[in-house]
Design a protein around this ligand. Sequence first.
Ligand code: NAP
Length: 262
Amino acid sequence: MKTKVAVFGAGGRMGAEVCRAVAADPELELVAAVDPHHAGLDLRQVTGVDLPIQLGASAEQLAHADPDVAVDFTQLEASRQNLAWLAEHGVHAVVGTTGFTDADYARFEATFTRSNCVIAPNFAIGAVLMMRFAELAAPYFESAEIIELHHENKIDAPSGTAMHTAERMAAASDAWAPDPTTNTVLDGARGGRDVGGIPIHSVRVRGLVAHQEVILGTTGQTLTIRHDTTDRTSFMPGVVLGVKAVGDRPGVTIGLEDLLDL
Ligand code: NAP
């Protein structure tokens, strides 16, 4: 039997891509789509997917479709509300929306008791490997900085991937050299450094998709680990894997690496 899938944010860049990926997978059935600002429009118009589905305005409007799994690529506050609804109604969630806090994660742990939730700040396999390589390299270097680069419409900074990378590097090593800067002429010039003291710099430029560089340094050498996403389809194998795996992962799973056994 096919897994029934609903998509939140179907009118967005990622959500529309998810609709196409789900519709193209023989084991999945796209049964509902939600996007308040595109509500009432045909799925075909919005995503090009030729199924008789009208976009709904809110989570309540996907109840009739009885989905097994809902995918959410929306905005932070919308996603919080969608996840609360999914947990309450026992629908599995696969979440790509970024910007969640530790308090959000704690709430998801507490509320996803009837269904499961997979949250990944990055569904691209190359990005997952980049994070793993950065974590492996961390203990061998004294300095590290992260530069994340995204398209001009990204509204949160730094990216969830950059935060997650810094967290994993900070967990792998706490022996980072202190920042030598004593005179900051321009506020923010040394980036944000909330996680383990590892600076994160965010770049927003038209024409980019999603990119990240981790630069590590020690005496006489540097190591640069870089990942480039050149097309949003790069995220889809990870999203489809999440949709197929979420039913067997009780509670909340954070990061695609868990599903890939990395
Ligand atoms: P986007 O194009 O702005 O799409 C977001 C969509 O969600 C918009 O169509 C928006 O509608 C809609 N929306 C807003 N409130 C909603 C609600 N309550 N229910 C359903 N839909 C709602 O943004 P995007 O580029 O697709 O990115 C979406 C999220 O995914 C961001 O947080 C981004 O950082 C994240 N992302 C994650 C990954 C990953 O691999 N995890 C990859 C890329 C992006 P309106 O615009 O009309 O308000």
